[in-house]
Design a protein around this ligand. Structure first.
Ligand code: HEM
Length: 464
């Protein structure tokens, strides 16, 4: 009897939820009818049109961007779920600058099995308190302390082929997991947890999770073993801070720590690796710029500016202004995070269009960074776009590789310092020539914008 009652109640609830969702679908169709986008099928939306491979999807989304480039936004439908894609600085500003729209789009829930509700995926009070807790770990003084680490690790990279774990299980699992999340994102059937759980993808996901979580659990255990030494330090780095908090005030549990470590491991390694790869590709395409970068780098050695231990210091790195501009320009053309999404917290008016509450709003950095109003000849690699006089007066939301506003990237400064340090060591010792053109490299638009088949570079030792 109880079972029957439970089943009836559950199905009424489900039906009520479904009706509510369908009612919203009809309302959304009506309210957002003025927002341009490709023709869609009832209930299916544009889901049947999405390309599944990362490279083909990148081309598709860029083509849509070009098609609607005179509009501040366009919309696509994944089944009954609308996604409004913003591609102009002013429209992006209205979302990113606001402290109202700081909840991530519900599609980020697909990351929960992997990243829990760590800083990237959390919302509300949890996000606020974690962001406040972790911000000191990215203070300027801590970043400075990382310079010797960047130098030591770059020296490992210098022995090309030193990356002995090319097919590391962790790296492969991250790539597979990104692909699984992207497939879910494009297929409305996989929006249902129960349907997804029955799919082959779910089994693949579980295998990846096993590897990734075992890896991060090991990292935490190793660091915990050094806890006593860490306590004596004045400034605490990211993981030390979490461990410290777990033993003192905030009472973080082991799973609280692991979700943050999973988040930072992912956000921290794949993004910078892709960014450096694209920067080397572009320098390999522009030997004239590379020659100038070499001069700037060589001056550090010629003028004896390394630390007494032979490391790059933050002062050295701050003086690499051309390399800095190259890093920024590479992130303009190939932003490591090609798009990021928020949930509209309430009905909003953007550029005269209404976006309804609950709609996924996507900032499309790849298209935004190609707006000719701010970046004339957008496909051209031109680091001088980031000279102080060129940046002055430019809408800051025209260039958002690290997002912007309250939910911007907490690791932006760390990432830029790391990129410059690694590239500086590498280019001090090597010349690079790209063996492919821009048309031949195949950017794959997944969670991270990476070359679908790697990049072919000729690397020649310099006489230094
Ligand atoms: C070139 C390198 C990087 C790029 C282009 C980048 C870009 C971004 C972007 C666009 C976001 C917003 C994502 C969204 O709203 O969905 C973000 C968030 C985040 N990034 Fe980065 N990132 C980089 C490196 C790093 C590094 C090195 C770390 C950590 C050490 C890091 C940690 C994070 C975290 C934790 C968030 C979530 C912040 C929050 O919501 O409060 N990122 N990043």
């Amino acid at each position: 009897m109880l079972l029957v009652a439970t089943v009836i109640l559950a199905s009424c609830f489900l039906t009520a939820k479904l009706w509510k969702r369908l009612a919203k679908y009809v309302m959304d169709l009506f309210t957002m009818r003025n927002i341009i986008g490709p023709a869609q099928l009832p209930l299916v939306g544009n889901a049947h049109q999405f390309e599944y491979g990362g490279a083909a999807f990148y081309r598709q989304i860029m083509e849509l961007g070009r098609q609607y480039q005179d509009h501040p936004m366009f919309r696509i439908w994944v089944g009954i779920y609308p996604i409004v894609v913003l591609q102009k600085a002013k429209s992006v500003e209205s979302i990113l600058s606001s402290s109202k729209h700081i909840t991530k789009a519900f599609q980020y829930d697909f990351l929960h099995t992997w990243l829990g509700t760590g800083l990237l995926t959390s919302a509300g009070e949890k996000w606020h308190s974690r962001r406040k807790m972790l911000t000191p770990a990215f203070h300027f003084s801590i970043l400075q302390d990382f310079c010797p680490v960047f130098s030591e690790q770059s020296r490992v990279l210098l022995q090309v082929h030193a990356q002995t774990e090319q097919n590391s299980e962790y790296v492969t699992s991250v790539a597979n997991m990104s692909e699984i999340v992207m497939r879910r994102l494009k297929n409305p059937l996989y929006y249902s947890e129960s349907l997804f759980a029955r799919s082959r993808l779910s089994a693949e996901q579980n295998a990846c999770l096993g590897v990734m979580h075992a890896f991060t659990t090991g990292v935490i255990a190793e660091r915990r073993a050094d806890f006593a030494a860490m306590r004596r330090r004045k400034r605490l780095t990211f993981l030390d801070l979490l461990l410290f908090e777990s033993e003192t005030g905030a009472k973080l549990t082991d799973s609280d720590i692991r979700e943050e470590v999973d988040t930072f491991m992912f956000e921290g390694h794949d993004t910078t690796a892709a960014a450096m790869t694209w920067c080397l590709f572009l320098l390999g395409r522009h030997p004239d710029v590379q020659a100038e970068v070499h001069k700037e780098i060589d001056a550090i050695w010629e003028e004896g500016r390394l630390s007494p231990e032979g490391h790059l210091t933050s002062e050295c790195l701050n003086q690499l202004s051309l390399l800095d501009r190259c890093v920024k320009e590479a992130l303009r053309i190939y932003p490591s995070v090609p798009f990021f999404g928020r949930e509209a917290a309430e009905d909003i008016e953007v550029d005269g269009y209404t976006i309804t509450a609950g709609t996924t709003v996507l900032a499309l950095a790849t298209q935004l960074h190609r707006d000719p109003e701010y970046f004339p000849e957008p496909e051209k690699f031109n680091p001088d776009r980031f000279l102080p006089e060129a940046v002055r007066g430019r809408n800051p939301y025209a260039y958002v590789p690290f997002s912007a506003g309250p939910r911007n990237c907490i690791g932006a400064k760390f990432a830029q310092l790391e990129e410059k340090a690694v590239l500086c060591w590498f280019l001090r010792h090597y010349d690079v020539t790209s063996l492919q053109t821009e048309e031949e490299v195949d950017p794959a638009g997944e969670l991270i914008l990476r070359p679908a088949h790697g990049i072919r570079l000729r690397v020649q030792r310099r006489n230094v």
